[in-house]
Design a protein around this ligand. Structure first.
Ligand code: CA
Length: 362
């Protein structure tokens, strides 16, 4: 007599015949009776041994188990033949993949429902937090495992032999969570773009947009944001210079570097040594000591006119056409021009830190 249900059922199907069984329908307990009943009814035998389940094909990695016959399913699956997904929710930001009945877990989590911490060690003296499954890194390090160096700024990237122009996340003192900037890394020690205007985008924006920045850093048309520029340049031990690049008449390129650049105060007052002047009536950044203006916040020096509204972009003004021998040009406009006939096609403004050999310690 085979010992498990599956073999009994096989035996029954191969060699039908009488067996010492009781079926539940007969109302007897098969193990405690003095009156065994023999039956040769296939259906009774089949039902008694639950034979229906002894010919299951288990899906999705489930394994067949005898006595009683059933499928033992893998953790994510359920149902008689393991075809029903047992997962409903994924924890810790995991994404439920219905087709494969799995959770796609974020990097630091693992397990069926992303509840097991996958972090092993935190490098560079970082501290592991079991509850949040994160590493708290020492200040010089970042990343899931504290293995990525945290760069103070783009100049550190330059020293780390990354010479590609592009977007870098830097960690100035006032941005401990990081600040994305587009950098010109072609020449030492690199520059941070605060403005790019090619192709010319929409620069007719209000105070808040100029404060926070607008445009896509990689689009060739953006303003980094007055608050970021101020936080970078105001107050620190370093001094900054600004480089102006423009394309003027006959597609002639003009470039100038001006020292002691910084913005200060809630009106983002411009501080810069000198101004850029070229050609006939082309003057740029002449409004030293003047606050920033936008069409919805007129801080310019002109009583009668809203210079930002008139020129269709935010800028520093000391009168709408002030500046040297010609007219100050607002570079934050669709078509930078002065009333003295200067027309520019492209522009960019970059800044860089000078006077320090080492970045300040975090
Ligand atoms: Ca005005």
């Amino acid at each position: 007599m085979p010992l498990n249900h599956r073999l009994r059922c096989q035996c029954t199907s191969i060699y039908p015949g009488g067996m010492n069984t009781y079926t539940p329908e007969r109302g007897f307990d098969p193990f405690y009776t003095d009156h065994p009943l023999f039956t040769d009814l296939d259906v009774e035998i089949f039902n008694y041994f639950d034979c229906e389940n002894c010919f299951l094909t288990c899906e999705n990695g489930g394994t067949f188990t005898d006595d009683p016959c059933h499928c033992s399913c893998e953790p994510n699956w359920t149902g008689k033949t393991c075809t029903e997904c047992a997962l409903t929710d994924c924890e810790n930001g995991g994404v439920f993949d219905e087709t494969n009945c799995t959770c796609r877990c974020p990097k630091q989590w693992k397990g069926n429902t992303c509840t097991k911490c996958a972090l092993t060690d935190c490098g560079n003296d970082g501290t592991r937090n079991e509850t949040t499954c994160t590493c708290t890194c020492q200040k010089e390090w970042m990343g899931n495992n504290c293995t990525e160096p945290r760069y103070y700024d783009y100049q550190d990237y330059y020293e780390a032999v990354n010479r590609e122009d592009g977007v870098y996340t830097i960690y100035p003192l006032k941005y401990p969570e990081g600040l994305d900037v587009y950098c010109d890394m072609t020449t030492w020690p690199g520059w941070i773009y605060i403005q790019q205007g090619f192709p010319r985008g929409n620069f007719t924006r209000g105070w808040n947009e100029y404060r926070d920045g607008f445009g896509d850093l990689t689009s060739g048309s953006f303003w980094l944001g007055n608050e970021k520029i101020r936080q970078l340049t105001e107050g620190g031990a370093a001094s900054w210079e600004i480089q102006v690049n423009v394309l003027g008449a006959w597609y002639k390129h003009h470039q100038a570097e001006l020292g002691n650049f910084r913005l200060s105060g809630d009106n983002y007052t411009l501080h810069v040594d000198g101004s850029m002047q070229f050609g006939d009536g082309c003057v740029i950044l002449s409004a030293n000591g003047k606050p920033f203006s936008t069409y919805d916040r007129d801080n310019d020096g002109d009583e009668g006119i809203n210079c930002a509204e008139e020129s269709k972009g935010g800028w520093w003004f000391d009168g709408c056409d002030a500046g040297g021998n010609g007219g100050e040009i607002n570079l934050n406009t669709e078509f930078p021009t002065s009333d003295y006939g200067c027309v520019l096609w492209r522009s960019s403004l970059k800044i860089r830190r000078i006077g320090e050999t080492q970045p300040p310690k975090l």
